[in-house]
Write a protein that binds this ligand. Structure first.
Ligand SMILES: Cc1cc2nc3c(=O)[nH]c(=O)nc-3n(C[C@H](O)[C@H](O)[C@H](O)COP(=O)(O)O)c2cc1C
Length: 408
């Protein structure tokens, strides 16, 4: 009897070499390791600064195939707070310079495009926030209003305009933010979306905004750049987006064919932020970063809001595996990817790319170190990040890893 699997099961193809070039839509990336968006806190005037350019140049020089410029808003009220880039002609010269700097180090660059919806701080933005349905924002103490048809048309167009601007500025990709209960995530969530019009109720109606945004972006940029989306697999909130509905949304997006890949995430910046990260919540550090009276609120209620999900490497893999089994399109594994071993797991389970946030905040050169280990042997390279989340509250000043500062 010949060797091989019984019962007609097809053998899994050998996992790809994570350090060999790979296709992402129209792009050829130098490897399969991506820098996930981590808001940099380096845009006090809402424009690219030398510090932001240096941040992404360091990531590119450190070996990642693609670095993601976090959170470029498609409308002024769609910033999470005032100090963020709104994609507009005034931002173009800085974006161009940033793209040039990243390309100079041999990497590609993506802009994360999004509308923060109910996560936006209306007080800071001096503009009322939008959501699927009207709701009080605990952050600003103000009501986000239900988006009107005109708002939604403007938001869809805003994503297409922003993608076109990114392409014109030399960006290689855009990542559409469909996660974390930002505006598009608020439509996906049955808890936040109580609409009775064509944008609420059934899953296809709740996924309509995501699909229209993906379609409008693709139509505008064609194959000039890659278009990906960061999609929640669950909000992990009672009454929120479930894995079953998220999977149905992913299937619809796959069928539409506008996206080159999905990056899989989870949690809600509004209702359950720690699920994004796992690991201990940095309550005291968060409180210190807040002005009064929010500081007192975080001290008193922070532990209820910032729950502790124990950290382990590849903590989103158990959920992401279900998406991998059900979808044929390229998928990016995110969440606790920290070194050679976790990347090997991602590749072995059929993911096309692996993305890293905190590990590269701590050590921008980690990918080079991992690559050296893969080529030359020796112990597997692993980030020294302890996933204590001390980096999270630094978004309010200048995002960095406080532990890396201590080790210097
Ligand atoms: C300081 C910080 C800022 C972040 N900012 C963003 C952001 O702007 N947009 C986003 O989609 N995710 C953001 N994230 C989430 C990361 O992209 C990623 O989903 C999360 O950190 C889990 O990946 P990791 O385990 O590799 O860190 C941020 C994470 C951190 C730590």
């Amino acid at each position: 009897m010949p060797d091989g699997p019984a019962g007609g099961a097809r053998p899994l193809p050998a996992p790809p070499d994570p350090f060999a070039p790979a296709r992402l839509g129209p792009l050829t990336l130098r490897n399969r390791l991506l820098k996930a968006a981590t808001f940099e806190g380096r845009t006090p005037e809402g424009l690219v600064t030398d510090e932001l350019v240096a941040f992404h140049r360091d990531i590119a020089a450190g070996g990642a195939a693609l670095t993601t410029v976090a959170y470029c808003a498609v409308a002024p009220e769609g910033r999470t707070e005032r100090r963020q880039i709104v994609m507009r002609p005034e931002a173009a010269p800085g974006l161009r310079e940033l793209a040039r700097a990243v390309h100079g180090e041999g990497a590609a660059v993506a802009a994360q495009l999004g509308h923060a919806g109910p996560v936006a701080d209306a007080r800071s933005n001096r503009a009322q926030a939008l959501s699927a349905s009207r709701r009080l924002s605990p952050l600003s103490g103000r009501f986000a209003r239900a988006a009107t048809e005109d708002d939604l048309a403007r938001v869809v167009r805003g994503h297409a305009d922003a993608a076109e601007l990114a392409a014109e500025c030399g960006f290689d990709a855009v990542e559409l933010h469909f996660g974390h209960t930002y505006l598009i995530g608020s439509f996906l969530s049955p808890r936040l979306n109580r609409r009775r019009d064509g944008w609420g109720g059934s899953l296809p109606a709740r996924a309509r905004l995501a699909r229209e945004v993906a379609g409008a972006v693709r139509e505008r940029v064609g194959d000039r750049i890659a278009v990906t989306a960061k999609l929640n697999m669950t909000d992990r909130v009672r009454g929120g987006l479930t894995p079953e509905d998220a999977l149905r949304a992913a299937r619809l997006l796959e069928r539409d064919g506008h996206l080159d890949a999905l990056e899989l995430t989870a949690g809600s910046s509004l209702q359950n932020p720690m699920y994004l990260f796992h690991g201990p919540p940095p309550v005291a550090e968060f409180a210190r970063a807040m002005p009064q009276p929010l500081r007192l609120g975080v001290r008193l209620f922070g532990r209820a809001f910032l729950r502790h999900y124990p950290y382990e490497d590849c903590y989103l893999l158990p959920l992401a595996r279900r998406f991998r089994a059900a979808l044929g399109m390229p998928l990016v594994l995110l969440g606790g990817v920290t070194g050679n071993e976790s990347v090997a797991r991602a590749m072995g389970e059929g993911f096309d790319f692996a993305a890293m946030g905190r590990a590269l905040l701590m050590e921008p050169g980690l990918v080079r170190r991992m690559e050296r280990q893969a080529r030359e042997g020796g112990p597997a390279a692993r980030s020294a990040c302890v996933h204590g989340n001390a980096c999270m509250p630094t978004i309010y000043t200048r995002t960095h890893c406080p532990l890396a500062d201590l080790r210097r």
